[in-house]
Design a protein around this ligand. Sequence first.
Ligand SMILES: Nc1ncnc2c1ncn2[C@@H]1O[C@H](COP(=O)(O)OP(=O)(O)OP(=O)(O)O)[C@@H](O)[C@H]1O
Length: 218
Amino acid sequence: MIELKRIQKLYKEKKVFLSTNFKAESGEIVVLTGKSGIGKTTLLDMIAGIKQFDEGEYFYQGQMILTKNDSQMSKFRNDKIGYILQDFALIDDYTVLENILLPSFYNEKMDKSQAENKAKSLAERFDLREILDKKVKNISGGQKQRVAIIRSLLLDPKIILADEPTTNLDADNFSFIVELFKKLSKQGKIVIIASHDERIWAIADRKYSVENYKLVEN
Ligand SMILES: Nc1ncnc2c1ncn2[C@@H]1O[C@H](COP(=O)(O)OP(=O)(O)OP(=O)(O)O)[C@@H](O)[C@H]1O
């Protein structure tokens, strides 16, 4: 379980969260809703430890995570978190395979050949096997999205964060990603999705919106 307690986050003078709480249990799909600018990406970034909160506490499985300790936080992130970023954050001049393998460069969980085997078997499942050697700048938007998903799953993380993963997806691709999230949650993973796409609400075990700088469960 992830728990954030009494979190405060301001960007200079701009308030985003004031003493708010957040909870996600293992095996849950948690959806963060709300209009643009409400703080969804900020919350995912704080869970990933990419952004720091000003006040509050972060617990994972009852253990406090020292988010201000860079080495502990990056170890936690590399070991536990797969993050599908809104703009995918792929490296255009790297091949599909190189992009998928990126998390393994910062983690000793898998050696090079294990990571390559895992990348190839995921690519097979996601129908990308044929384009592993293509540069990312030469593939389609839908393919880029699948590369970003595979990369987030490479190290078998316990926590999956996804920022607006269904924007601009047609019905088939939408179903594909929804089924994937359901499957990951059934494996006991925590799946946290920031989305204003109402179609995704149906699969939420827990849903939050933001009111008066606080996360509200609804
Ligand atoms: N680095 C930053 N410096 C200053 N303000 C920021 C910064 N990052 C985000 N903000 C502001 O904080 C607020 C929350 O932003 P955030 O990106 O978390 O919202 P969001 O709900 O994810 O929106 P979107 O769906 O458009 O990404 C916004 O008003 C945004 O302009």
